[in-house]
Design a protein around this ligand. Structure first.
Ligand code: ATP
Ligand code: MG
Length: 308
């Protein structure tokens, strides 16, 4: 099982779009994929199921919020498996391909979890603080590692570096960083890399001092698979000059950059979530959609290659 998080503290760069379409693409290739929506905005959740379905069946007890609540208010380390649902439309669309896309839903109130997770870290005694830190930071990792039957777990993160996002990073084998080729994305990239490196260093340092009861936790070293440039505008077969300059700037930072760029196409992406099916699986294929499918297929090849 390979765990990959889609992270970028910057909002609206394509984290959720990448998660949903990569999940679909991998499932088309026969992989069993679990997606986890860690963003209180719940965009990934609502790309797969309707708001009505969520209210009716999942809001109360089957979201990642209830799972964190068990930990925070009942001190229970629940399993993730009971939260998993199999969204109907996406799985119908891949029915002939032996793969599947499952989902753990998010919840708007996940927004408050961070404050409570942080309050867990406040302990007067150093030994208690160490144990609490490791428990809080490894909560999702421990949950994910109990799962069976999946080839991939894809985690869609919120646009911040909250404790919940850090939980995802600790749980991940790999990180994907979707980005727009613009000024702010390039500025943020270095900071993101530093934050991830600091998190890993701190977490591992805590582990080194851990009590015997926590020694089973593994050290972490999530590997940055690469930056995926999303919403790229093409002219004459390549990204427009201004964007190309930003792409080159990011390449110079030394972070791997995927060669496949995902093109900007407002009309195709804007309506996609309404059908519960990511763009790459949509049947109503117009020419533009075929291009998009080819792009994601190529990107998935590259990602699979990077995982080898
Ligand atoms: N290639 C694309 N071309 C045009 N629009 C796109 C493309 N990819 C994504 N979008 C649109 O851009 C918006 C932001 O994308 P998305 O929600 O995937 O970003 P995000 O990083 O997950 O955002 P947030 O930080 O809010 O979670 C969405 O409305 C989405 O439909
Ligand atoms: Mg998102």
């Amino acid at each position: 099982m390979i765990v990959i998080s889609s992270i970028n503290s910057k909002g609206g760069v394509g984290k959720t779009t990448l998660t949903a379409n990569l999940a679909a693409m991998l499932a088309l290739r026969g992989q069993r994929v679990l997606t986890i929506d860690l963003d209180p905005q719940s965009n990934l959740t609502f790309s797969f199921i309707s708001v009505d379905e969520w209210h009716r069946y999942y809001e109360q007890t089957r979201t990642i919020k209830s799972w964190y609540y068990d930990f925070l208010y009942r001190n229970v380390e629940s399993e993730l498996a009971p939260l998993i649902i199999s969204p109907k439309h996406v799985n119908q669309a891949i029915a002939d391909h032996h793969g599947r896309v499952d989902l753990i839903c998010s919840h708007l109130e996940l927004m408050t979890i961070d404050i409570f997770l942080a309050s867990r870290l406040k302990r007067s005694n150093a030994a208690q603080r160490l144990e609490a830190t490791l428990r809080v930071y490894s909560r999702l990792s421990q949950g994910v590692r109990q799962l069976q039957d999946y080839d991939f777990v894809l985690i869609d993160c919120p646009p911040n570096f909250s404790l919940v996002t850090q939980n995802a990073i600790v749980a991940s084998d790999y990180l994907l960083i979707p980005a727009k080729p613009d000024y702010l994305s390039t500025v943020g990239m270095d900071q993101l890399r530093t934050r991830v490196a600091n998190l890993c260093q701190n977490y591992n340092a805590h582990l080194d001092k851990a009590p015997a009861s926590m020694r089973h936790l593994p050290h972490i070293q999530p590997h940055v698979l690469g930056i995926v440039f999303m919403m790229v505008t093409f002219y004459a077969g390549q990204p427009i000059k201004a964007q190309l300059e930003y792409i080159e700037m990011v390449k110079r930072l030394g972070v791997p950059v995927f060669q496949t760029y995902i093109r900007d196409n407002k009309s195709v992406y804007a309506d996609a979530p309404r059908d519960g099916i990511p763009v790459v699986l949509q049947q109503r294929i117009r020419a533009a959609q075929q291009d998009i499918q080819a792009e994601f297929s190529q990107l998935t090849n590259e990602i699979e290659e990077a995982l080898r």
